[in-house]
Design a protein around this ligand. Sequence first.
Ligand SMILES: *Cc1c(COP(=O)(O)O)cnc(C)c1O
Length: 407
Amino acid sequence: MASRFDGSFTQQEPIPEAGIEAALEVMRHGRLHRYNVVEGELGEAALLEQDFAALTGARYCVAVASGGYALSCALRALGIGPGDRVLSNAFTLAPVPGAIASVGAVPVFVGVTEDLVIDFDDLEAKLGQARVLMLSHMRGHVCDMDRLSALCREAGVIVIEDCAHTMGAAWRGVPSGRHGTIGCYSTQTYKHVNSGEGGLIVTDDDDLAARMVLLSGSYMLYGRHLAAPDAAVFDDLRWQTPNVSGRMDNLRAAILRPQLSLLEERRLRWEELYRAMEAGLWDVPGLTLVPRPAEESFVGSSFQFLLLDQPAEAISAIVAGCAARGVELKWFGPEEPTGFTSRYSSWRYAESAPLPRTDRVLAGLLDMRLPLTFSVEDCAVIADIVAEEVSAEMTRRSARAASPAPE
Ligand SMILES: *Cc1c(COP(=O)(O)O)cnc(C)c1O
C-alpha cells in the first residue's frame, strides 16, 4: 500500500518555557506597553532590541508590530513616497509589494532565476529606474550579496533587505540583513522565531534609526530605547517625523527573547531536515533541486523544487497525488492565488511588464514548509511520496505519448 504522511505542515514548536515564564511575568505586572516601565526597569521590548542588535552586529534595532510594518517603516524613513518607484523581486510574498504600495510608491518587479534568486541581468537593466531596492530573500534563498552590493553601490541604489525567511542566515559569514542599509525581519508564527505577529528592523545609520524609532510611535520617550541613537540625533527629527504607530509590546518581546538564543540551534536542526528532503529527491527525473551556494549559511524552514516545462495538468496531478497522501505542496503556477502563494501578476494594483523567464520558473515551482516539529524520518517519508508521485506522473505521460488516444 502507498505510504501516507500524517504530520502537520503548519504545526510549529511550542514557545520555550523561558518565554512562557517571561510572558507570565509581564502579564502579572500588567505593564505590556513598551514605555510603561517603573523607575529603573528596562522593558522587554527595549531589551529585545538590544539583544537583536548584538546578535546581528547592528548598531541599532527597532521592534515593531509586524514584518510588513518593518518594510513600510524602512521606506518611510528613506523618504519614499507617492509616485516613487521601488525595485523588488517578482518572486516574493504579498506584504512586500503591499509595503511599497502603502506609502504610495510603485513596485518595479525584477525577475527571478531558476536558483530562486534575483536575476542580475534584469536587475542591471532596471537599476536606473529607482532609488531603492527592496530585496526579498524569498524562501531563504540568498543571492550573491557581494555582487548585489557592488551593483547597487555603483548605481547609487539603497538596499532594504526583507529577511522574513533569513533570520539566522548569513552570506560569507555576514548575517542576512547586514549587507543592505536596512534589514527587516518578521517574528510571525511561520518564521524563525514566533510571537504570533511582530517585526524587527536593524541599521547602522543614526539618522534612519532615529526616524524609524519615531515613526514606530515613540512619542518623546525614545530615551527609553537601549539600541537607538543618542538623544541629540532626535533633536530636529522629532519635530518632523510623523508617528505611524506600530510598536511592539513587552509581551511579544518577552516571548521572543529566549528564542533568539535558540536561533543557531534551530538553524542546524532545519538544515538537517532540509538535507534529508534534498537527499530523498536527488535523482528524480524531471525534478530540479535548487542549488545552495557554499557562501550561504541558510535556514531550511521551507523546501522548494522545480518541475520545469511540465504541462499544468501534470503538475496539478502531482500536487493532488501528494495531497491525497498527506503531503501539502504549494504551487506557484495557477492563475488563481491560493493560501499564501500569489504571483506578481496577482498584485493587480502594481502593473508589471511580463517577465517570461520568471513565469517559466513560477509555473514549475513547488514549495513546502518544514516545521521543526518534523523529524528527519518524516522528511524521508515526505521525499519518498513526492518522488513516487512525480515518477508516476512522468511514466503516465510517456505511456500516453507512446500510444496517443484515438481522435
Ligand atoms: C512573512 C513575510 C513578510 C511579512 O511579515 P509579516 O510579519 O507577516 O508582516 C514579508 N516578506 C516575506 C517574504 C514574508 O514571507
